[in-house]
Design a protein around this ligand. Structure first.
Ligand SMILES: Cc1cc2nc3c(=O)[nH]c(=O)nc-3n(C[C@H](O)[C@H](O)[C@H](O)COP(=O)(O)OP(=O)(O)OC[C@H]3O[C@@H](n4cnc5c(N)ncnc54)[C@H](O)[C@@H]3O)c2cc1C
Length: 525
């Protein structure tokens, strides 16, 4: 009988024999009764500060002999594995499906279509990974922005230069597993298959993404980099083609996976009559604190154990009388704060890390929700949130010195509403001192002034003097939703908006899953 066993406690540097022993203890059986042990999930338990942290495992194992007692949530019969979708046999069409955007959503949509026997064509305005890396390095070193290929645009999408966190709120375990297995088959560490907070890091992502491209290509897919969607051709309520960098291509299916930084795409959709609506989002600042403070807060006296690595945090503050809700987002342990831009004169902050997460600072966005009622509905109301973001990004660009440096301030200066100096020791040298309240909407400044000291107080009283803020964090999620029906189409037959830019996903995993789901929908028609 195959069993699933949860809540197995093992030491940090566990080996297979430790896991077997723990299973035998739980089942009260001998190890000769067990075979085919597989670890399904691993999470760190550092809740008790007086006890060395341990791992809690969920495993599956074949058990012979008298069946053990079933204890719900502890020892259960293993559920049967979920089958992969079976696609109908198809003859690839003369006008193949087109995917716009090579971020997680577009790449996984293309791979899913290719696995189902289609020959998708993937169009990406930015460059392939190696060329893009050189362009991004020139931007960070010299402030030379390429508006078509940058930290936000290019193969791998917005998450290529990221922490590569693979956490998701989705309960769609089967697709998450298929996505992670793809990443592992393309070079990611197999730890992501079991870790409760999996991550990859920029150094690994830049190796893995080109292998995914190769896989799609081997299955018959094709790519056009440095090629931009300029127009959608719609006839009688159905997609008939696209114009890409001046060239018209016929197709009946377009998967629009352009992310939420491609504001020109929303404009071309609005012009084409595709239904759009404004949606709530969030803005704020990027907080940076020494990683040792975070490690001590989370691991106490065990903070220096090498097996623990860099700790992360999640902080939230409820709405108060004169302050909105505030929460940490996209925490990057042992990482760097980075400047991001995809058009001249506008910047936003974000964070990234390498797979080792070994840099001396940790950072996270500290966000305040923005509701549609917060922005004036001038022009096209569906796009009003973009104007709100742009105002903040323009102000940040000017205040950062006009060369894509980020405006920044020590937290203690921010709290006194003054412009001071910046500490030498910080992760982002591309930064200039600023009075951040000049760059943020008043309700955001006010909320952060009230919430941040309390939140750092909860993080083991991290000294406020240790904290640095960079502005402004504006692109944590899409301010626009492209409406879709039950089939995933946008009201225009054959137009499948997917990923973060469509407004139904946020983050690498949920965007990838959304791309897979819509591609399956199309392949199973
Ligand atoms: C610096 C940074 C760090 C991040 N860290 C994490 C993290 O650790 N974990 C996490 O889950 N999420 C992270 N995110 C968010 C995550 O990257 C996004 O949620 C995810 O990439 C969205 O995927 P997507 O495929 O929908 O869109 P995107 O990744 O934005 O991809 C869209 C692609 O479409 C292309 N495109 C746009 N317009 C056109 C056009 N007209 N023609 C052709 N191509 C076009 C773009 O060039 C881009 O490559 C991070 C984001 C950033 C910016």
């Amino acid at each position: 009988m195959r069993l699933r066993i949860n809540q197995l406690n093992v030491r940090l540097n566990y080996g297979e024999s430790d896991v077997l022993k723990a299973v035998c203890r739980k089942l009260r059986c001998g190890k000769e009764q067990l075979s085919n042990l597989e670890i399904l999930r691993r999470s760190l338990d550092a809740r008790k500060k007086d006890r060395q942290p341990t791992y809690i495992l969920s495993v599956e194992v074949d058990h012979r002999g008298k069946p053990p007692r079933i204890v719900p949530n502890q020892v259960e019969k293993a559920p049967p594995p979920s089958p992969a979708p079976a696609y109908p046999k198809i003859t690839p069409s003369e006008n193949p499906p087109i995917i716009i955007g090579a971020g997680p959503a577009g790449l996984m949509a293309a791979l899913t279509l290719a696995e189902a026997g289609h020959k998708p064509l993937l169009i990406e305005r930015g460059a392939e990974t190696p060329e893009r890396e050189a362009q991004v390095s020139d931007y960070w070193k010299n402030g030379n922005l390429n508006p078509e290929s940058n930290v936000l645009y290019g193969e791998g999408g917005a998450g290529l230069f990221s922490d590569g966190k693979l956490t998701a709120r989705s309960k769609d375990r089967a697709r998450i597993r298929r996505f992670f297995e793809t990443l592992v088959a393309c070079g990611a560490t197999s730890d992501i298959l079991i870790d409760s907070m999996p991550h990859i890091g920029t150094d690994d992502l830049t190796q893995i993404i080109p292998v995914i491209r190769k896989r799609i290509w081997e299955l018959g897919g094709a790519f056009a980099f440095n090629s931009k969607l300029e127009k959608l051709h719609i006839e009688n309520g159905a997609v008939r083609g696209v114009t890409v960098s001046g060239k018209e291509i016929r197709t009946d299916a377009v998967f629009l996976a352009t992310g939420h930084s491609a504001r020109d795409v929303y404009e071309l959709l609005a012009e084409a009559g595709v239904p759009l609506e404004a949606k709530p989002f969030a803005v704020g600042v990027r907080l940076e604190i020494p990683q040792t403070d975070i490690n001590v807060a989370q691991y106490g006296k065990w903070a220096e154990l090498p097996a623990l690595g860099s700790a992360s945090f999640r902080l939230t503050r409820k709405e108060e009388e004169h302050a909105r809700r505030c929460y940490s987002f996209c925490m990057c342990p042992g990482g760097e704060v980075i400047s991001c831009a995809s058009s001249e004169g506008l910047i936003t902050s974000n964070g990234m890390s390498l797979s080792a997460r070994a840099e001396p600072f940790g950072n996270a966005a500290m966000l305040v929700p923005v509701d549609v009622a917060d922005f004036p509905m001038a022009g096209n109301p569906a796009l009003a949130g973009i104007e709100f973001q742009k105002r903040m990004e323009r102000a940040a660009f000017a205040s950062g010195g006009g060369n894509y440096g980020l405006p920044a301030a020590r937290l203690i200066d921010f709290l006194e509403r003054k412009k001071g100096d910046l500490p030498e020791a910080r992760s982002c040298q591309q930064a200039a001192p600023a009075l951040l309240q000049d760059l943020l909407p008043e309700f955001v400044s006010h909320t952060l002034e009230s919430a941040l000291p309390k939140m750092l107080g909860e993080l083991n009283r991290t000294p406020l003097e240790h904290a640095l803020l960079y502005a402004s964090e504006t692109r944590s999620s899409s301010p626009v939703r492209i409406l879709r029906d039950r089939n995933g189409e946008s009201g225009i037959k054959g137009l499948y908006p997917c990923g973060e830019g469509a407004g139904y996903a946020g983050g690498i995993v949920s965007s990838a899953l959304d791309g897979m789901k819509l591609a399956e929908e199309y392949a199973l028609r």
